[in-house]
Design a protein around this ligand. Structure first.
Ligand SMILES: Nc1ncnc2c1ncn2[C@@H]1O[C@H](COP(=O)(O)OP(=O)(O)O)[C@@H](O)[C@H]1O
Ligand SMILES: [Mg+2]
Length: 380
């Protein structure tokens, strides 16, 4: 089972939209998926799924002593997808007690599924960060605006410090050192993680190794949402170099998603975009991300999808270019609507796109079968 927490520093960047549609896409691909609304206090994920007021969910589970978690998990009308609603009535995740959080984390970790998608609230509260750290490849969403990017960086910085806090045993020299630094926030903000770790390595090698073991597996993945044009794809360069230089972290690019005006219509008609218009640029971008996640599922213990994170960034730039051209095709579709020959042409292109994506899925399936066979000693 793989946990996919979806977070952001800033609100309104598309977490819930992506969580809902991605979960539907994973279910459509045959993966048993559970979607959990953990934006407690601001729960709206049921709306993204087209549900009015689902009832049940996390709120009653935390409130009622005798309610089983299984009873908070609802079936949906989508294949292989179950849903755990949040609760607008209960106070936000920021107010969640340590015991309640532990109860939730334990139950979520035991869910029977292949993918568990967690829609988190915005911000860097440590409860949110702890849910993010439930997966070693948490997904962070940002838009190309400077505030959203800075907030994404601050979120990752908080995650790295939380990881340190969890790795250093209480009262160890490393934990004391970190606590002393915390008291003086001006030193903490000036200090880079590599500098801090060098010091920890000297005073407390054991804690240092404990952190290394945890951090080595922590490769967050970024989705850049609401692009307007291909140049926006470059906007993550600074975030990436800051993560490497100051946080000793090398995030991976999971892909780009353009702003798509169809989303407003889909939301108004209470149909998730991926069902409303599966051929739209937005839906196709979600399918592409789902495909990557499915491929990565098989490679979890081996190398990542790409030989280096560089390749993931290069691919995201290529995606930005391709999707932009697809968007232009839609413009031409609008311009020429009514012309039969143009319509035929566009229909052909669309069908070809669907064929290509089906072929890619088949290809991936064969690849994973081959990998499995090879791991059992088969030599091609
Ligand atoms: N790529 C996109 N194209 C068009 N609208 C989008 C896109 N991403 C998000 N939105 C819209 O932006 C608003 C905020 O998205 P939401 O998923 O609720 O953000 P968050 O959960 O991060 O607060 C919603 O109305 C959503 O439909
Ligand atoms: Mg949300």
């Amino acid at each position: 089972m793989q946990i996919l927490p979806i977070a952001s520093g800033k609100g309104g960047v598309g977490k819930s939209l992506i969580a809902a549609n991605l979960a539907i896409a994973l279910g459509q691909a045959g993966k048993r998926t559970v979607l959990v609304d953990l934006d407690l206090g601001g729960s709206n994920l049921h709306l993204m799924l087209g549900m009015r007021s689902p009832g049940g969910g996390i709120g009653p589970f935390l409130g009622k002593r005798r309610m089983r978690f299984e009873d908070a998990v609802l079936d949906t009308e989508y294949p292989n997808l179950r849903f755990v609603p949040g609760d607008a009535e209960i106070p936000g995740l920021a107010n969640l007690g340590a015991g309640q959080k532990r109860k939730l984390v334990n139950r979520i970790a035991k869910i029977e599924a292949e993918f568990v998608v967690l829609d988190l609230g915005a911000g860097t509260n440590y409860n949110i960060v702890d849910f993010f750290l439930m997966g070693s490849h948490g997904i962070i969403i940002t838009t190309p605006t400077p505030t959203a990017i800075v907030n994404a960086y601050l979120f990752l910085k908080n995650a790295v410090f939380r990881l340190m806090h969890n790795a250093f045993p209480p009262k160890s020299p490393a934990a004391n050192y970190l606590n002393d630094l915390r008291k003086d926030s001006s030193t903490l903000s000036r200090l880079s993680v590599p500098g801090l770790l060098a010091e920890v390595g000297k005073i407390d090698p054991q804690s240092y190794e404990a952190y290394r073991a945890k951090a080595g597996r922590f490769v967050p993945r970024i989705i850049l949402n609401m692009l307007e044009d291909p140049q926006d794809a470059d906007k993550l360069g600074r975030l990436r170099s800051s993560c490497r230089q100051y946080l000793d972290l090398d995030p991976e690019h999971l892909g780009i998603i353009y702003r798509d005006d169809l989303q407003d219509k889909a939301l108004a008609s209470r149909i998730p975009l991926i069902r409303y218009k599966p051929g739209s640029v937005l839906a196709q971008a979600i399918y592409r991300i789902a495909d990557k996640l499915i491929q990565l599922q098989h490679e979890e213990t081996g190398p990542l999808l790409y030989d280096s994170t560089d390749d993931s960034f290069a691919e995201a730039e290529a995606e930005a270019e391709t999707d932009f051209n697809t968007k232009l095709e839609y413009v031409s579709e609008l311009l020429h609507s009514g012309t039969l020959t143009t319509g035929d042409l566009i229909e052909t292109i669309k069908n070809q796109q669907i064929e290509i994506s089906q072929l890619r899925k088949q290809n991936m399936l064969y690849k994973s079968k081959l990998v499995r066979a090879m791991s059992q000693g088969f030599k091609p």
